[in-house]
Structures are given as C-alpha cells and as structure tokens.
Design a protein around this ligand. Sequence first.
Ligand code: CP
Ligand code: NVA
Length: 324
Amino acid sequence: MTRHFLTDLDLSPEELDRVLSLAEHVKAQPYKVKALAGPQTAAVIFDKTSTRTRFSFASGIAHLGGQPIIVNPGEAQLGHKESIADTARVLDRQVSLIIWRTYAQAGLEEMAQHSRVPVINALSDDYHPCQLLADLLTIREHKGRLAGLKLAYLGDAANNMANSYLLAGVNAGMDVRIAGPEGYLPQEHIITAGEDRAAETGGKVTVTTDPAKALAGADVVATDTWISMGQEDEKPQRMKLFGDYQVNAQSLEVAAEDAVVLHCLPAYRGMEITAEVLDGPRSVIWDEAENRLHAQKALMAWLLVESGLADEATVAAVKAGERR
Ligand code: CP
Ligand code: NVA
C-alpha cells in the first residue's frame, strides 16, 4: 500500500521515532541512502511561494540520487485546466514522489487517493508536517529527547503551524500548550485528534488564551507569522490581534532557563518575535531551517521503502538508519 504524508498524524508515534532516527543518520552520512538512484524524478509543486521548502526538497532529492521537477505557482494545468485526480494519474507514471504546497487540505487528500506514488504535504492551509519533522529533529538534538518536554506555541493559534505543533508534539509525547486570542485557536477536531493521540503517547494538550499559562516552565518556545500566505488582505486586523502573544525577552522569563526558541521562518522581527530573541542565544532557528533537508530526505526514503517502491540497497540502508 502506498504511504502518504499529508498530516502530522500520518506517522504513528513509533514510525515518527524511526523517521527521526533515520534523519539523524542521513545528517551524519548525507550521501549514503540513494532511494532515488537512477536518477528517478520527484515532482515538487508550489501553489504558494517558498524558499526553505523548495531548496530543502530540491537538495534532498539530489542527495538521494534523484532529480527534482519544480513547478512554480500557476505553471501547471493543475487547478485551473485539469483536475487533481487526472494530474495524479499522469504524474504517478512519470515521477517517484509528489511533493505539493497548496491551499486546501482536501486537494492533497484527492491527490493521494489517485496516486500510486507517495504524496507529501509541503504546507497546506491546515498543516505543515514536514516543518514539524525538522522541528522535532532540532529539539531532539538540543534536548536529547522529546517525550515529556513542554512546548509552548504563541500567536496565530488557528494556522497550519499551530495545528502541526499540536499534533506532532503530542505524537512525540510532548506536553503541548497552544496560546492565541479568542477566535484564533485550533478547531475542535484538531484538539480532539491531538487529545486522542496524546492518550496513546503520554502527551498533553492545553489550548489557552493566556500566554503565561502556555509559557510556564516551557522547554521549547515557538511562534510563526501572524499573517499566513493567503491571508494578506486581513493584515490590518491581524496586526492588532496578536500583540500579547509576541515572543520576547519577557516571555522567556516565564519559560525554563534553558528553553530553546523555534520559528519556521520567514520571520517578521518586531512582530511575532523580537530581533533580540530571534538572533539571541536561545534561538535554534538556523539548525531548524537546516534540518528541513535531513528530515525530508529521511521521510522520502522511508515512504518509498514502506510503499514497497525502493530497491534492496535502499531498504537495507533505511532499516539500518531508522534504528537508534
Ligand atoms: N518554513 C518554510 O516552509 O519556509 P518556506 O515558506 O520558505 O518554504
Ligand atoms: N503559517 C505560514 C507558514 C510559512 C512557512 C504560512 O502558511 O504562510
């Protein structure tokens, strides 16, 4: 059965641990796993702009021995002249992976339903699960573990990053606190899905309008832009909404003394986070940005193996790398 990665919960807790271990392995030995040798190709399709996702996927595909085919917003027939289902039926005869940054999560689900090769969510309006693989890898590197750590996210708590922090965090057994203003909190179905997974992993979900409650003793403090792609028209209202949720020196006083700070980038210094914190000693954001590459290489190789689409050498390399 073809495995896809559309939301943070598409990996079981045990699978997440294996993918992160494989990511550590490919980070240490960048050119050992050749899951796309041939070179095979991978479609990397953007309906929204990107820097990190584009470069990390293109580089990662090359490292795996493959060749990326990058499609910029508006360049394909997809979305205006041709259905998602027909696009999937054409692409899966050409490429080994479909990586897609888009708006509606339903589009990714439709693509996956009709594709015989793995489909990867490279950001949708609802989730950014590849970013969370990189974030978890970064936390594991800096803290040596994930389960039991307190993770606070402040800001637009209804966006893709908030949802992914909630779900991926509890999937890793973390105590996740999500704080934002009333009306900008995660939807009920996200909270329920997070609580269900937390019951399996020992993780915890707290959703609050009180930033201090989220931050108390936090080992990890994260934020994201207040204006996500597609929300540009709402900028004037949004600028007034989130001021109390800025990550700044005062927020860090409430967090653990050795807390690390994450931001998926691009960042707006002086808005969701101060320059002092973003560029300060607790920030691990450049490691986080680098880890997109390693985490996604592991994910691509792992999905190909689990889908029965990898050669023997790749299966052996992945099996060896996913063990801690
Ligand atoms: N963090 C992230 O996904 O960055 P890009 O939008 O530049 O890809
Ligand atoms: N929430 C942001 C994340 C960018 C990587 C957005 O969707 O624009």
